[in-house]
Design a protein around this ligand. Structure first.
Ligand SMILES: [Fe+2]
Length: 480
């Protein structure tokens, strides 16, 4: 008999069968249990070395009296357990994992036919995911269950040997497979709930399933039950995530529609600003898209654009139609729409960041000359800088009481003159990208063509882009 340290070393060897090099308590417990059940020898008396699992020669005296077949079964079961660890941890298709789990059980139980079924309770049914050895088994095979079948399978504490009197207790004959094909059933359970069933057919020579085979199945199936349950949970989770994403998409659609209505309500104040907020939202989103923003950030820009002038609801509508410059008092009232708008939206919890900032600071400029807070470019987040550009671009290309709208080329040229002092150079380059797409006539929905004549050639847009690049690089030439 080996000393205690030697026994400890032996068990550590077995525990090292874990799939990632760490101790796996469940696997260790299963192996200890397997040794006890399959050899009728207490685990504490077993002295196994991992390195000698495939050899009987290293077993010590207490094993000599135990039947060789039992040891072979023990080794098969232990090997199956150790193989299942990495198998179940591997990221592979579940049908492949199912096939390997089924093979392990068939090997341990000495079966030549077997199938692994998953259990679903709506409808109550067993559906095969792997099968081996059967000459004629539909793929997938399914067995509808009555409540009494599901109850009997859930209540079973160990594998069941089927005979003429027990088929109807556990299985129905209403599926596409005859229950008589199966000789033995092992319910797969996790936390007391039925997750599936392993159904074995004939053994070589039609040998019956004895206690030793049933014990081996029992050990493996308690392990496989967890894997099957994990798969079912992950499927449910994936389904719920999909449903939530669909719900979120519909909510975003609802949000967009509601904010469009807000934008229209803001711009109804005066004919001179009709459509302004909707267009600023569209331009800002297009600029963000050309800058490589994520879909959520683009949606945030669109929404912020719809709402950026919400404070104008508090401005005297007479000011929007005044054909001359605003006097200082009128200008202050108009400029206050940024602060009033910020007060209106400050208590709103938007699903995106920076909406509040866009409402308050869309008249700020990179050189600090804007209002209401006179911030400079470093203090303005990119969405705010994009909003400022989109707002100005729409104002330039729209009719005002005191001037006509600027042609597209002139508006872009003027913007470039004011960049980077007033506007962000990257954002202006992104606007040029979108204008060029319209000029080329790509298949996407045009950004401008519904109200601005895109009377500019792609080469002219390229020239403007090169001018801007030359300007922001301070005349330095870069070799590419
Ligand atoms: Fe504004």
């Amino acid at each position: 008999m080996r000393s205690a340290p030697e026994q400890s070393e032996a068990w550590n060897g077995l525990a090292s069968l874990d799939w990632d090099g760490r101790t796996c308590p469940f696997l260790r417990k299963s192996i200890q249990s397997a040794c006890t059940k399959l050899t009728n020898t207490p685990a504490s008396l077993l002295n196994l070395r991992h390195a000698t699992l495939n050899s009987f020669g290293d077993f010590s005296a207490p094993f000599v009296a135990v039947e060789t077949n039992n040891f072979r079964r023990l080794l098969r079961t232990v090997e199956a357990l150790s193989d299942l660890g990495p198998e179940l941890a591997a990221e592979r298709d579940f049908s492949e994992s199912s096939r390997r789990m089924l093979s392990a059980v068939m090997e341990a139980a000495g079966a030549r036919e077997g199938a692994l079924f998953l259990f679903s309770d709506k409808p109550t049914m067993l559906t095969s995911v792997a099968a081996q050895g059967f000459a004629m088994l539909p793929e997938p095979a399914f067995i509808p269950l009555l409540p009494k079948h599901a109850h009997a399978l859930t209540a079973a504490r160990s594998p069941i040997v089927l005979n003429a009197s027990t088929y109807s207790v556990f299985l129905s004959s209403n599926g596409n497979v005859a229950p008589e094909l199966f000789k033995c059933l092992a319910p797969l359970k996790a936390a007391g709930k039925l997750a599936g069933v392993i159904a074995l057919g004939r053994r070589p020579g039609d040998a019956p399933y004895e206690d030793a085979e049933l014990n081996a199945m029992d050990l493996l199936c308690s392990y496989i039950g967890l894997a099957v349950q994990n798969h079912a949970l992950s499927q449910t989770l994936a389904q719920r995530v999909t449903e939530n994403l669909r719900l979120m998409a519909s909510l975003h659609g609802f949000y967009d529609t509601a904010l469009e209505a807000f934008a229209t309500a803001i711009d109804v104040k005066h004919v001179n600003i009709h459509g302004h907020s909707l267009r600023v939202g569209r331009y800002a989103a297009a600029i963000g898209e050309a800058m490589g923003f994520e879909a959520g950030e683009v949606a945030a820009l669109r929404s912020a654009g719809y709402l950026h002038d919400i404070g104008k609801v508090a401005v005297d509508r007479r000011l929007f139609g005044k054909p001359s410059a605003l006097d200082p008092e009128e200008f202050r009232e108009m400029a206050d729409h940024t602060v009033v708008g910020h007060q209106i939206v400050s208590s709103v919890q938007f699903p995106w960041p920076k909406v509040h900032e866009c409402v308050r600071w869309h008249h700020e400029r990179c050189d600090g000359s804007g209002y209401p807070d006179g911030l400079d470019g470093k203090e303005l987040a990119m969405p705010v800088r994009i909003m400022a550009l989109a707002d100005t671009f729409d104002a330039m290309t729209s009719v005002r009481p005191y001037r006509e709208s600027l042609p597209l080329g002139s508006a872009l040229s003027d913007l470039i003159k004011m960049t980077p002092q007033k506007y962000d150079a990257e954002a202006v380059q992104a606007l040029l990208i979108q204008v060029r797409r319209d000029a080329v006539g790509s298949n996407r929905t045009p950004l401008l063509a519904d109200r601005i004549a895109v009377n500019i050639a792609p080469a002219d847009v390229d020239h403007l882009a090169a001018s801007l690049q030359h300007k922001v690089s301070k005349g330095k030439a870069y070799l590419t």
